[in-house]
Ligand binder design. Sequence first.
Ligand SMILES: Nc1ncnc2c1ncn2[C@@H]1O[C@H](COP(=O)(O)OP(=O)(O)OP(=O)(O)O)[C@@H](O)[C@H]1O
Length: 569
Amino acid sequence: MDETSYFYASDLQMLILDEADRILDMGFADTMNAIIENLPKKRQTLLFSATQTKSVKDLARLSLKDPEYVWVHEKAKFSTPATLDQNYVVCELQQKVNMLYSFLRTHLKKKTIVFFASCKEVQYLFRVFCKLQPGLPVLALHGKQHQMKRMEVYTCFVRKKAAVLFATDIAARGLDFPAVNWVIQFDCPEDANTYIHRVGRTARYKEGGEALLVLLPSEEKGMVEQLAQRKVPVSEIKINPEKLTDIQKRLQAFLAQDQELKDKAQRCFVSYLRSVYLMKNKEVFDVFKLPLAEYALSLGLAMAPRVRFLQRVQKQLSAKEAANGMDHLKETEQDKNSVCSIDKEGVEKCGTDANRKVSGYKTKGKERRRETEECSASSEGAEESSQSEGESEQVSEEEEEEKEVPVPSRVPNTDSMQFFEGDDEDDDDDTKDLDLLTVKRRNVFGVEAQDNPGLNASKSKMKKKTTKTQEAKKILKKKFKVNTKIVFTEDGELVQQWPPVQKSSLARADEEDDASGINLDKAKEILREEDKFDKEAYRKKVKEKHRVQNLAQMMFVDKKGGYWTASVF
Ligand SMILES: Nc1ncnc2c1ncn2[C@@H]1O[C@H](COP(=O)(O)OP(=O)(O)OP(=O)(O)O)[C@@H](O)[C@H]1O
């Protein structure tokens, strides 16, 4: 609006914002404020959403006076349509892919939308499910697609009678897909609002629909409580283990044949962990409770990729814990001193208490140390297993470089920690344009670590990654001549391209001068000037020769009579 000078909104009478709660949240604040500034103050404003904001601050931004709140479910017992049948199932993380496959195999005639937490999960599982050929068309919709592609997928899904659409929350609001039978929330929604918008893709208008929420055991309590608070009726149903098809082996086979797919699997793994980690509600989402090794296996990976951001969080946690320990120790010391000055009897008492406290702290310290030891032992175990598997995988994320990682209050469990051991010096420019991740393979056959422990030390130094700029600078220093172009005239004479032939200003003027005949004096003058360039070039050549000789003297050395002496050749 600011850039279109002929856009006038002075006659605007009504402003309508759909999905108003989202539009008014902080992510769109600048854009919205810029629009509102250009609109007349006197107008009617209508806000629509299945989950409306009541925030006074938001409404004040729109200069609403005496807003009227209309809610279709205001008098209803529940806040979701009565025609929507809602259930949830508690499923271990490593069983989720199997469960989804089994579900689709038994719902081949249905139209289903499956919601995932991240684009990379959608990308990987879409590819894998296409390969698995479950018996119905598989489509994918996510934010990494161009708008045209999204529209194509949308239209395609609308036309299909039976199909499954793998989607991120990009499809959770506003999209009107007709006749969707099932909405499956493969990953737990961020909050009850997101849940409501997702399930809103089915049971639209007077139609019926079914919704299935898949929850991890650690997510169940918090999420079910939230839904109950929002008057969303969900009941638990159980998975029949006999009906569960295990597709892990097939996924492993796919990944063994297709490196690109394997990269996608690794990205999917990290991306899911990141999405869980970034969730605000730590009561529901706890990345440290996830069974990482099993989850990796369920995606078809031989072992869990290393996740840099979790390594960093773990470091911060340890630092925080150590700091807390020190504070505690100081406090104990202070207590001891202050109470000790009261009386002798007190001294003894307090001394015992303080000792107990300190010993308690020491015991905790010991426990913690034991945990760490167990942890590093399991880490070794993991490495060993990786060696026997014959592969080592790593995933790092560039996005993390800038991001401050908040420290969760919980101590990570040892099961998950085993994969976060090791250095965090990995970086990869190739995926900078993707989002955040980098997959690297190192020590593919796991030989070096076993054979040569000394090598490990030097290797850890080598791990410091050089950037492309640094590499380019190194090459420049070596003065390699790359791709020299040689051009000949029609008569077969060599035309010097680089370095360009130095011409004196006199010679250039002479070339431009059309006068016929030879001016001997001028020609002599030109030769004298150009002679200076040649001499300069010759001086440079000699200098370079000396430099190379000096270098060679330093490099080629002999051992003579117990002394290292430079041999001049
Ligand atoms: N009065 C009506 N008669 C017939 N069909 C209707 C009527 N109202 C809505 N519908 C149909 O119901 C579906 C949902 O309507 P609409 O897209 O307006 O819902 P919504 O509340 O904006 O959903 P969301 O914002 O969650 O996507 C559409 O297919 C629409 O054609």
